[in-house]
Write a protein of this length. Structure first.
Length: 137
């Protein structure tokens, strides 16, 4: 079987169906128990600071309702500090701390990135009645 020809033909069929090309980069399947280990929560960005010498990183102060913490995010080329303050976002709370450019990050925000990396969108919570710290399932 000619896999290159098959891939081209599949892409043409998918295009006719209105489907986008598969972006690839798929991970191995995980169990529901593995997914439950990831602690996703709602947080509000309360402050944004520049990190000296970091072209892509911001230091974000976030409020989880029950605690405040710092996370480092590589979103500087897509958002100004003014665009970020006050946004309710989804964060991973139970990642081990990581030091980036000398700043300890205690979590990670979730964002969607276009396949070519030219666009980025934060996963936000659009219902103001959802309390900070709420679990995301």
């Amino acid at each position: 079987m000619d896999f290159k020809k098959w891939a081209v033909e599949k892409a043409e069929r998918d295009s006719k169906k209105g489907l986008q090309p598969d972006p690839g980069e798929h991970e191995d399947e995980i169990s529901i128990d593995d997914f439950k280990k990831v602690e996703l929560r709602v947080a509000k960005i309360v402050a944004v600071d520049h990190i000296p010498g970091a072209d892509k990183l911001y230091k974000l102060s976030i409020d989880l309702g029950y605690e405040r913490r710092m996370i480092v995010a590589g979103i500087k080329e897509f958002y100004s500090p003014e665009d970020l303050v006050g946004k309710k976002i989804v964060v991973i709370c139970n990642l081990k701390p990581a030091k980036l450019r000398g700043v300890v990050s205690n979590g990670m925000l979730l964002a969607a990135e276009s396949p070519d990396g030219s666009q980025l969108a934060l996963l936000t919570v659009d219902n103001e009645d959802i309390p900070l710290g709420s679990r995301v399932h």
